[in-house]
Write a protein that binds this ligand. Structure first.
Ligand code: PEP
Ligand code: MN
Length: 362
């Protein structure tokens, strides 16, 4: 299904038009000093299109820091006046949107919790009618492409054409290396059904921890995403929200300078090298294999702990013979050679036994 969301491009304000749009700034606005300090350093990096800060924070549990509210919009005005950086904030209600516009905010984004709720999105959309503001719509917390598209359509029907989507990952029941599991295929599918819509990746909320942010950012660019939103704080150790995932401005600058910009062979996506597209798919599948292996090993460790607690043997021969026999038959039914499946299972089993032995000896 193709949908038509004619969108005008979002200015990247960078000296090289080929660079992705770069949105950076703290998770939350905490004080005027914190905003100015962070913004000045980001400005000096010359790699920032928009300065972001959360003013109203949607928190999972009550009692956490819920944002400074309207006063922070005045701090953002000061940041803009001093650094010249256009600003971006999250809005969750019509009142937020009206206040943000009144204070000269340039970009509004709809957060993941709001975009999952059509009532909230409609309320925001209605409040934006007649304005020319840039609006970014984060994916809903649950992996539902139609819900994401629906939120974009509601904003678009209110007359907003400077529109982009943000892939910030999806919450999952199972534990994973990510805070919010990326579903790259869904972002690619969104691009396919709506080729004019820019898609920005938020590696900070996908990763949940600093060390993973550069890898996710590079991956987003390799998959031809149009921009990045990255959380940066002048002192993440004292951040009032998302302290684990915010980068120091110097680390942000280093990350951006190290990014590899993929050569675009053609401006028309349909003419892009076919081999390239197959390789991208292979890379995605390989990532899935490793993500699954990582979950598999975490489960082995859990079982190892159980065996230790209950004084059971690590190697359970019958169980292993069953696995080998059943899984290699399943693999053969899936078109894989059973020889290859057995070799792979032996490797996985060896690693599993090693991990469990370590637990026994710990
Ligand atoms: C944020 O950007 O700080 C935020 C709350 O994001 P999300 O809506 O993706 O959780
Ligand atoms: Mn955050």
């Amino acid at each position: 299904m193709k949908i038509t969301l004619p969108t005008s491009p979002i200015a990247n304000h960078l000296e090289n038009p080929r660079w992705p749009v770069l949105i950076a700034g703290p998770c939350s606005a905490e004080s005027e000093e914190q905003l100015l300090d962070t913004a000045r350093q980001l400005k000096a990096s010359q790699r920032i299109s928009y300065f972001r800060a959360g003013v109203w924070k949607p928190r999972t549990r009550p009692g956490s820091f819920e944002g400074m509210g309207e006063v922070a919009l005045r701090w953002l005005q000061t940041v803009k006046a001093e650094t010249g950086l256009p600003t971006a904030v999250e809005v969750a209600t019509a009142e937020h949107a009206e206040l943000a516009l009144k204070h000269g905010v340039d970009v509004l984004w709809v957060g993941a919790r709001s975009s999952a709720n059509p009532f909230s999105v409609q309320e925001i959309a209605d409040s934006l009618r007649g304005t020319d503001v840039v609006v970014l719509v984060k994916n809903p917390v649950n992996p539902d492409l139609q819900l994401w598209v629906g939120a974009l359509e509601r904003i678009h029907r209110a007359g907003i054409t400077k529109l982009a989507a943000i892939h910030r990952g999806f919450s999952a029941y199972e534990q994973s290396v990510y805070r919010n599991e990326p579903v790259w295929n869904m972002a690619i599918e969104l691009k396919t059904i709506c080729p004019t819509l820019p898609i920005i990746c938020d590696p900070s909320h996908i990763s949940g921890r600093r060390s993973l942010v550069p890898l996710v950012a590079q991956k987003a660019l390799d998959l031809n995403m149009d921009g990045l939103m990255i959380e940066v704080h002048c002192d993440p150790s004292v951040a009032k929200s998302d302290a684990e995932q915010q980068l120091l401005p110097a680390d942000y600058a280093q990350l951006i300078f190290a990014l590899q910009l993929r050569e675009v062979t053609s401006s028309k996506p349909e003419l892009r090298n076919e081999l390239d597209s197959y390789r991208q798919q292979i890379d995605l599948l390989d990532d899935t294999i490793f993500e699954t292996l990582s979950k598999r090993m975490a489960m082995s460790q859990k079982i190892g702990q159980y065996k230790k607690d209950n004084n059971l043997m690590v190697l359970q021969l019958n169980r292993w013979e069953d696995i080998l026999e059943q899984r290699s038959r399943l693999a053969a039914a899936m078109g894989l050679s059973s020889e290859f499946a057995k070799r792979l299972l032996v490797l996985v089993h060896e690693e599993s036994i090693n991990l469990q032995t370590e637990i026994m000896n710990s």
